[in-house]
Ligand binder design. Sequence first.
Ligand SMILES: [Zn+2]
Length: 750
Amino acid sequence: MLRIRRIYDNVLPVNKSTLSQVQEILRNQFSQVDEKEIDHIAEKLRNPFKQRFRTILFVAESIKAKVRGFGMLLHEPVLQFAYLDWIATASGRSGAGIGGALYERVRQEVAALKVKGLFFECLPDDAKDCTHPDELKQNRARLRFYERYGARPVVNTAYESPVKPGDTYMPHLVYDDLGTGRPLKKSFAVKVVRAVLERKYAEYCPADYVDRVVNSFKDDPVRLREFRYIKPEAVVAAVESRSVNQIALIVNDRHDIHHVNERGYVESPVRVKSILKVIEPSGLFTTIKPRPFPDKHLYAVHDTDFVGYLKRACAEVPAGKSLYPYIFPIRNKTRPPKEPSVLSGYYCIDTFTPINANAYLAARRSVDCALTAAREILDGRRIAYALIRPPGHHAERRSFGGFCYFNNNAIAAQYLCAYGKVAILDVDYHHGNGSQDIFYRRSDVLTVSIHGHPRFAYPYFCGFEEERGDGEGEGFNLNIPLPESVDREKYQKALTRALHRIEEFQPQFLILALGLDTAKGDPTGTWSLKVKDFAENGRMIGALGMPMVVIQEGGYRTQTLGKNALALFQGLVEGVGRSADSRHASNHRLYGVIFRDTIVPEDRQRVRRLVDITGFFHPEEVDVAEELVVERLEKGEPSGYHFIMAEHYGRLAGYACFGQIPGTASSHDLYWIAVHPDFQGRGLGRRLLSESERRIKAAGGSRIYVDTSQRVQYASTRAFYESCGYRLETVLKDFYTVGDGKAIYCKSLI
Ligand SMILES: [Zn+2]
């Protein structure tokens, strides 16, 4: 079995391996490709507009993640065309239909981008241009393959003319109209040709060559070669693009077995029905059947004994009966009691989430739906919606509650984070305590929640602003609690703040924990969002332009649930569409850095972690970095160590440490400057340095000294100081070891 997956970057190990397999295929199949170009693929993915093209990479891989082929597409959003840079299969696999599957996937993507045409190059299939019989055969097979889609070489132009005298074997430029039947206009074609030659072959094609080729386009519309291999009527040109655009809808088909017929139990089956009734006829969704996933996904975020308990307890409760927790030990310091009715409180946070025969089955199916939605995203879909109940965002690692049993959005996030960083945006009226709990100590999943302040809203015990994450996860949990009365304006201000944080985090995937209980009139909420507010929120979230999994959480006013959900999804689609063409420079935006010069006890561990993770320092040096913090904490100012800490949403992003050199009138030493890898290359080091200089100057300092090693690894450090106005004062030869001297730089502040 083969599946085609889009690769977003090379940040994670799984993609690193995929990418190196792609590079290997390029090396093996195209010996003429420059090694430098092969190396650059990863960078192109990370910096989509570096070449003034957005790079989109698809791989066809086996179940065991072995790459069988890949397609690399360049998208030009301004001129509105796509250029297929590579399509290649691993050796010995060309006959397996992989190329065809990849090309069809590429066409779907291109059609969804709404560009005017797809272009690519193909080596010549005329015997006079290609003297090698095997290659000629291969080139003919390729052009025959593309003819099946109606794609043929542009003719009657100088595109194939040699760049230098003696150049032979020049490729054709092939045009695929994507089944639109649209003729290739000359004005459009020349822009495309210029862009391709100037950007892609910048180092190869001189300007006069580009002009010559561009000026050779005379026909309007530009002519394509006659069909050579197949009959025109045999062309299968239609592109199945709708499915790429549509939102995958995965409904929990077993949700209604979980029906708690008790007064006030608002989490009822009619919720799903009332949403479906409105969204289904919209044409915006395509229904996907939930697929079963193994239990290991539950264990990845929930404690084993908790999962086991829910399964067992639900199975033991007689049909039609519900068991409500009523006694709650102070958790974690107790032993689980034996009596089943008492035991439920050991795993639960409230008195209104019952254990009954069907709760486990329905909740387990919700998990399958959430994972099916996540899977859709991995396969390249932009939005997938798990319309499920029971909801999940109140379920913590080892507890259930708030109508929730398993944390669907956390399980989906955990599943996706093997492929890239994930942000969970929880817009339910109630704080997403479960997801916060599960990812509280992790930095690969960002949790953001906008909710009614716990002072008056469930779950009451958490959701406060100062809960920011812990350890590795410090700064990766953002709570935005809002007052009892919230209108559109207040809400959108909070949402903007949340989206900034997410953009800053640069995730590959977004999970939207969608509670519709923020709506006017919801029996569990106090806010007053209306249909058009949901549409606007959708547009704002969609504009992040990230692939997203939407997971249904709360929302209980059945009269408006459907309308609000539909408005939100229409907004999302609109926002995604708008963002697709405009996301360039956001990679370098750095919002929300705060500098402080006070030191707190937690800085000891933070500094240690940061210095360690940069990978630049020996273990002894890491110890020294920590010792300086300890000195400062113990002795204060007289320690002689001054710090500037750069904090980013409560997380230490970088710091500098400096002090006056004893025995000098006003010379200072810059002892440390370190920036967390996530923030490197974004100007933070420079800001820390100038902030240090400012403070040194204010304290009467006149000269700053900084030393570094002469080794090659420190070339960028040396270049950094030089570019900040530091002069190499002297080198102490063989200082660290033979051949590794100490380079001393100085900057005068007067
Ligand atoms: Zn809620």
